[in-house]
Design a protein around this ligand. Structure first.
Ligand code: MLT
Ligand code: ZN
Length: 451
């Protein structure tokens, strides 16, 4: 197996030394990971196909990995698989201004994509804190979102086509970028969000959005999140330029301030904070002011130049690192209908306390999408009690157990909370048809069926 891989990739790109493998084997949270048989680092699609073919011939399972920024264990080994790193597939084509599209290899980072888009007068239509490491292949494979999904949708909405290697080594390619092409079952659509279980994404035809360089952000202290739904209803109607509406709570802010060694952005602290960003071709500051007034919001810290906007967003984006610096967190990425959000936020603390007395719960997320990141510090990383309690609550309130991080291995056993037996059977049938030997990312999304 190793000799075949070395023949295909060159021995420098088949890592068997435990020290060289190490960085690929553990996920960002520190909660998931195991030893890989080896790390294979193909340079292009043909080499990816060769790795898949070798795995098939030797009956070896493989786990695809992009920038290893995933949070649900989908991109790290469970034990003994070939870790297929797509990082070297980092070719970025020219931006086509007529279609507003660009072709990106799976290993292109979000930051590189954003830079190329900006140089051509466009934007990627997506952004998040892990931009410097997260790769296009990985974020399409898990249908990533981030704060700007409010305006531009999740990765699915940005994909005009893709290229992938299927489990039998076949390369399927739909990179022409035709927006209208409904000739049969759309394989690219099937692969988006399949987390490497149906095929290995090697390239993506990405849809850009026109650059909206006039931007203004606002940090708004709130006495309660009870009014989140009616407030958002006003803001969405009054602010056509609204691109993001995130939130965090005061205990999270304290953690971030300590972590970044910064002063509070607001003199009078509040229980909750909203972070808004408006983007337009001409200055949206007046529109924002009018929108805030219509929503009855009187107090806001406004940032209208790039540096101050970035500083303001840091209070929200730095939550992930500030929490991680305190220990291995249980990270539940749930979505709840906006009408049930306030109820969720109250009850989630109660269910966490019942499942893990004394645990610390930090909540933040993308308010506009009803996407709450529930982070719990305290319980043993292997103890799933608190995860189950939070996921069950989200499901009970009509929400989802995975909004943007994916199912991975973290939530595979709990898919039945939000998908019917019929749906899971259909998912298993698709998996069996495309990967009959179960070699692609086994145990992710669909739990292994025990004999
Ligand atoms: C975020 O919104 O910052 C990301 O989803 C990462 C996280 O949830 O920690
Ligand atoms: Zn998020």
């Amino acid at each position: 197996m190793i000799a075949d891989l070395e023949n295909a990739l060159g021995s420098a790109h088949v890592l068997t030394d435990p020290q060289l493998r190490e960085g690929y084997e553990r996920d960002w949270t520190g909660r998931f990971g195991a030893e890989a048989m080896c790390v294979a680092r193909p340079a292009d699609t043909a080499q990816v196909a060769a790795v898949v073919a070798a795995c098939r011939e030797h009956g070896a399972a493989l786990v695809p990995q992009g920038g290893n920024t995933g949070l649900v264990g989908a991109g790290v080994p469970r034990g003994g698989e070939v870790l297929l790193s797509l990082a070297r597939l980092d070719e970025l084509g020219p931006v086509d201004p007529a279609t507003a599209q660009v072709s990106a290899g799976a290993g292109v980072t979000m930051a590189a994509l954003q830079e190329a888009a900006a140089a051509a007068g466009f934007e990627a239509g997506m952004d998040f804190a892990a931009r410097d490491s997260a790769t296009v292949g990985g974020l399409v494979a898990c249908d990533g979102g981030g704060p700007r999904a409010l305006a531009h949708g999740t990765a699915r909405a940005r994909v005009a086509g893709l290229e992938a290697v299927l489990a039998d080594g076949t390369v399927v390619r739909r990179m022409h970028g035709l927006l209208k092409d409904n000739a049969g079952t759309p394989l690219p659509a099937l692969l988006v969000g399949s987390e490497g279980t149906l095929g290995v994404i090697t390239a993506v035809r990405w849809r850009l959005v026109p650059a909206r360089r006039a931007r203004v952000a606002a940090l708004i202290p709130l006495e309660t999140l009870e009014a989140a739904e009616p407030t958002l209803a006003v803001l969405r109607r009054e602010l056509p330029s609204l691109e993001a509406a995130d939130f965090f709570l005061d205990d999270g802010l304290s953690l971030v301030l300590e972590h970044l060694d910064r002063e509070s952005p607001v003199a009078a602290r509040a229980p909750a904070y909203l972070v808004l960003e408006c983007a337009a071709r001409s200055d949206p500051t007046e529109e924002l002011a009018a929108g805030l007034e219509a929503a009855g919001i009187e107090d806001a810290v406004v940032a209208d130049d790039t540096a101050s906007r970035r500083r303001l967003w840091q209070f929200r984006e730095a939550h992930t690192e500030a929490i991680s610096a305190r220990g291995v967190a249980h990270k539940m990425d749930v979505g709840v209908p906006l009408a049930r959000l306030a109820e969720f936020i109250t009850r989630v603390r109660e269910v966490v306390e019942a499942a893990a007395p004394g645990a610390r719960t930090i909540l933040f997320g993308h308010l506009g999408d009803g996407n709450v990141h529930v982070n719990v510090l305290g319980p043993d990383p292997a103890d799933e009690g608190v995860d189950v309690a939070v996921l069950e609550l989200a499901a009970e309130l009509g929400g989802t157990i995975s909004a943007e991080h994916g199912v991975g291995v973290a939530k595979a056993a709990h898919l039945g909370l939000v998908r019917s037996a019929g749906e899971i059977d259909a998912m298993r049938a698709v998996k069996r048809a495309l990967d009959p030997d179960g070699l692609l990312n086994p145990g992710a999304v669909l739990a292994r069926v025990r004999d």
